[in-house]
Design a protein around this ligand. Structure first.
Ligand code: SF4
Ligand code: SF4
Length: 379
């Protein structure tokens, strides 16, 4: 791993980058066009009755339970300024940015984050307007409301929440790690924002709301953008969720990192080849957009967002196949740390990709029911 001056995406910028409108994300378009979230959840319920292995009532109960904290915190804490609960009187005097960064990272890890980084907030990553998806789930604004983060929020603390390797192997059956990952992300962002607020500083906690988490995480030295449009971290590969806290607390930003993802993705196309909806691109990067869901001005592998989301709707649950099959998705043990030394240097990339398939990594796991008959009757 190398610390670098500029994030690795900067060398692929070809034109003017503009703030993205959240109304154009696949999730927001899907929520508005045909109310696809409702259709997906109805499909999830009808799958229960069909007794589809991996999509039974037991699987269903697992993912919904995993979401509990996320649903509550999105409606009450995320995407809003966090007021202090008790301390309305004092403010930490003259915080030393270096020491404060250490304190914030300790606090974030104590609260439950797996990795923490700090970046200067790049206003380009803030959405211009709210999309239906996050507006609907947070109740913090309406679809189409404009978004402005005041300039005093000059730092962003980004947290990484790793997801369990074996649980992720269930996808595209019900895979509840994403759901509990969102709950952990919401909990950590909301709790860290309270920590900052009690110090007398400003904090806005957020998970997917308000801005693009992936470039913020890249800026904060937590990973790189992969072909599948996900953040690839060193320790968990793409098997992560991201949360963030915007703040005016004086902090020292981390340097971005280069872990070799750009060169690796140029030779590996596993995510694109295994994507059930053909939403991901094989071949060379492009700075052309498929539609309004892709940002322009940067060479990458744009995603056909609606193809992806339509497949989730058909599947009756979200999909993480592109995460499951990615060779960076490995347990962080000695064997894989050793292979990673080669992967990071783009040595033997094609051999690593071939062996990954040959040894059966990235395969879907068989559904388990714990011995309980999943048959249902009407309530
Ligand atoms: S989530 Fe599934 S459908 Fe969407 S891009 Fe990834 S593999 Fe394809
Ligand atoms: S599966 Fe391969 S191409 Fe896709 S993101 Fe992972 S490393 Fe890159």
């Amino acid at each position: 791993m190398r610390r670098v001056k500029e994030p690795t995406y900067t060398k692929f910028i070809t034109g003017e980058l503009k703030r993205f409108d959240e109304r154009n994300t696949g999730f927001s378009r899907g929520a508005l066009e045909g109310d696809k979230y409702t259709v997906m959840h109805e499909r999830s319920i009808s799958n229960i009755e069909k007794l589809i292995p991996g999509k039974t009532i037991l699987d269903h109960a697992t993912w919904v339970s995993g979401r509990t904290a996320d649903y509550v915190l999105r409606k009450s804490k995320l995407a809003r300024e966090t007021p202090p609960i008790y301390n309305h009187k004092f403010r930490l005097k003259n915080p030393d940015p270096t020491a404060m960064t250490r304190v914030i990272k300790q606090a974030a890890r104590w609260i439950g984050a797996d990795r923490v980084g700090v970046a200067k907030l790049n206003p380009l990553w803030i959405y211009t307007h709210w999309g239906q998806h996050n507006a609907m789930y947070t109740h913090a604004a309406k679809h189409g409301d404009s978004i402005e983060i005041p300039p005093e929020y000059d730092n962003v603390i980004v947290m990484i929440h790793g997801m369990d390797y074996d649980m992720m192997r269930r996808t595209p059956n019900v895979e509840p790690e994403t759901d509990i990952g969102y709950s952990k992300a919401a909990w950590c962002a909301a709790s860290l924002a309270t920590f900052v607020a009690e110090l007398g500083y400003k904090a806005i906690p957020s998970v997917n709301e308000l801005g693009l988490s992936i470039p913020m995480a890249v800026d904060a030295g937590l990973g790189e953008l992969g072909r599948h449009g996900q953040l690839i971290t060193r320790e968990y590969g793409p098997r992560v969720r991201i949360s963030k806290v915007f703040t005016n607390l004086p902090l020292v930003p981390d340097s971005p990192i280069d872990i070799g993802v750009q060169g690796f993705c140029e030779k590996c196309e596993l995510c694109a080849k295994h994507c059930p909806s053909r939403a991901l691109m094989t071949g060379e990067r492009t700075d052309k957009a498929w539609d309004q869901s892709n940002a322009e001005g940067i060479m990458k592998w744009p995603i056909k967002a609606m193809k992806c989301f339509d497949w989730w709707v058909k599947n009756g649950t979200h999909c993480s196949v592109c995460i499951r099959v990615c060779p960076w998705n490995k347990p962080n043990n000695v064997l894989h740390k050793t292979v990673r030394l080669f992967a990071e240097r783009n040595i033997l990339t094609r051999v690593i990709v071939f062996m990954d398939q040959f040894l059966g990594y990235g395969k879907q796991s068989k559904p388990e029911g714990g011995g309980q008959d999943p048959s249902v009757s009407k309530i």
